[in-house]
Design a protein around this ligand. Structure first.
Ligand SMILES: NC(=O)CC[C@H](N)C(=O)O
Length: 356
């Protein structure tokens, strides 16, 4: 069956429609890693986005439960050049089966190189995927605010039995962040981001990890004062949205990149050690460099390609944030050690400078 991808800039691409009972609308973004589609599609930070994979063949190794980052596909739609639909390893589903069970449409046969060039030129924009026979519609603006609507207060779930009790502040966290903490023998409580300070303090936590998450960090502005207070009182680590939120809580500003960073080989440099390492990334927003001077924070990591801020630390308090994903999933494991640095700070439980 023929399918069509229509972009807000007027471009359209014809391909093969693999199901999905309804058209998908969303912001179109591209991911440049050669592997990792299982992790990408289930990463809640991709909520509502149409994801284009630059690697030309996707689905080769199926989908295994061990790799998924949440309980479902979070992306609104999947665009590939070629969808592998042959046999996969025992215990795995094919990507087509996985997408079908989540009712997420897949479009294949797309010239993803031209499509990605169009996104690079026009920036991330609204897009629609539909069966070719579906009449075109005006593309409504998609939401970038996943937090200010009605949100039910979820219960605090606790995992693991270790001596260190870490609060994972949940902005729609990736499961690999939780598993990195559990591997290091922590007890982890997943905390609704709307929790009151009294409830948080009652948990007697040793540290806070501010999670990744979808959309615009500015949607959380009403909580910034609360998060600053928490970060000043607990050893804190922020990842991606958590980094943006903590930076904002200390007075920094965020801006949207034209087409974001999404891939598994983004080089970052640690400005203290001058060490360059490869990072896994998935974000549209960045902390504006010019806004750091107004905060007590200092820049620890910088993106080698475009100079954007990749990480911050506090000169006196045990607070560290990274724009990239130290848990990888997918991508290089160069930054796993940052979890140990954070836990060392939580162990110390002293407000001392620990991030060298
Ligand atoms: N992975 C994330 O946490 C993404 C953060 C934010 N939603 C952005 O796009 O910049």
């Amino acid at each position: 069956m023929a399918g069509m991808l229509s972009l807000a800039n007027g471009d359209s691409f014809k391909g093969r429609w693999h199901g999905g009972t309804a058209p998908a609308h969303g912001e179109i973004v591209f991911f440049t890693g050669m592997t990792g589609y299982e992790e990408v599609l289930t990463d809640p930070s991709y909520k509502g986005q149409i994801v284009v994979f630059s690697y030309p063949l996707i689905g080769q190794y199926g989908v295994r439960a061990a790799h998924v980052q949440s309980d479902n596909i979070q992306a609104a739609g999947i665009v590939v050049a070629e969808l592998y639909d042959g046999p996969v390893r025992k215990g795995a589903q094919t990507l087509a089966q996985f997408a079908k069970s989540a009712d997420v449409p897949v479009l294949s046969g797309i010239d993803t190189r031209s499509l990605i060039q169009a996104i690079r030129e026009s920036g991330t924009m609204q897009a629609r995927m539909a069966e070719a026979s579906t009449p075109p519609v005006h593309l409504p603006p998609a939401t970038n605010d996943f937090f200010t609507g009605q949100r039910e207060e979820s219960a605090i779930a606790t995992y693991g039995e270790g001596a260190l009790h870490i609060g994972l502040i949940d902005f729609h966290y990736k499961s690999s962040i939780l598993s990195e903490l559990l591997k290091r023998e922590c007890r982890v409580s997943v905390i609704p981001h709307t929790l009151s300070s009294e409830q948080l303090d009652a948990l007697q936590l040793d540290g806070l990890l501010f999670s990744n998450g979808p959309g615009d960090p500015a949607a959380l502005a009403q909580w910034f004062g609360v998060y600053r207070d928490w970060a000043e009182r607990y050893p804190s680590f922020g990842i991606c949205l958590g980094h943006q939120v903590l930076a904002s809580a200390f007075g920094a500003k965020t801006a949207k990149l034209p087409f974001g960073h999404r891939g598994a080989n983004h080089p970052v440099v640690n400005l203290k050690t001058r060490r360059v390492s490869m990072s896994s990334q998935n974000h549209s927003y960045v902390v504006e460099a010019g806004s750091i001077d107004a905060t007590p924070l200092t820049v620890l990591y910088q993106n080698v390609n475009d100079g954007s801020i990749e990480g911050l630390c506090h000169p006196e308090l045990p607070i560290m944030t990274v724009q990239f994903h130290p848990e990888a999933a997918p991508g290089p494991a160069d930054h796993l050690e940052l979890f140990s640095h954070f836990l060392a700070a939580a162990l110390e439980k002293k407000k001392v400078k620990i991030y060298a």
